[in-house]
Design a protein around this ligand. Sequence first.
Ligand code: ADE
Length: 240
Amino acid sequence: MTFRTQILTLYPDMFPGPLGTSLAGRALEEGKWSLDTINPRDFATDRHRSVDDTPAGGGAGMVLRADVMASAVDHALAQQPDAPVLAMTPRGKPLKQGRVRELAAGPGVTIMCGRFEGFDERIFDARPIEEVSIGDYVLSGGEMGALVLLDACIRLLPGVMGAACSGDDESFETGLLEYPHYTRPQKWEGRIIPEVLRSGDHAKIDAWRQQRAAEDTRLRRPDLWERHRDVPDQSPSGAQ
Ligand code: ADE
């Protein structure tokens, strides 16, 4: 089944962008996902094809018009009524791996990309839209955020990643960061690969990896560590 994506953007040339190469690019060619861009400008009603206007109450910048955006969203919904409509906004719900998994398991996504000061607030009342943020910083538009979200979804689609790298012990899947990796040469600039990884004892290697994942999470992401400790036994093996 094809994961169908529709992107509402004033800059359709930004797509597929980096998603046209590597893993995602091959998957696109193979029809594992599809991409349609919808330009809100095509739904403008005046002769200047305006999509934005000055903010009510004054102030800097421009605001994307609710009527024009709604027409574009309605067009997207008509194409794909069962796909969730997301809007990339800095005030949206922070994107997490759990939501990425849910989205990747569905039929596809429709993503609205903002520009300028954002959308007329009434659009969020009038249409079923889920606001999503990719982090606590402000981008110049939602397009980069949409690319990030799509990349995270596409790599999870069936047959996109090789079996080798689709493990459940990846960062965030277990609630922990992933353990560190090493490869040849065995000794590099005086640094050697931890002995246990060359032992061939898989039980010992697993134990070492779990311990390092826990330790690294505690030190690097105390927020994740606290949450993980509140919900123990969530890794595939049930260990912490
Ligand atoms: N648009 C602008 N900033 C954003 C962010 N941090 N996440 C998602 N969309 C955005």
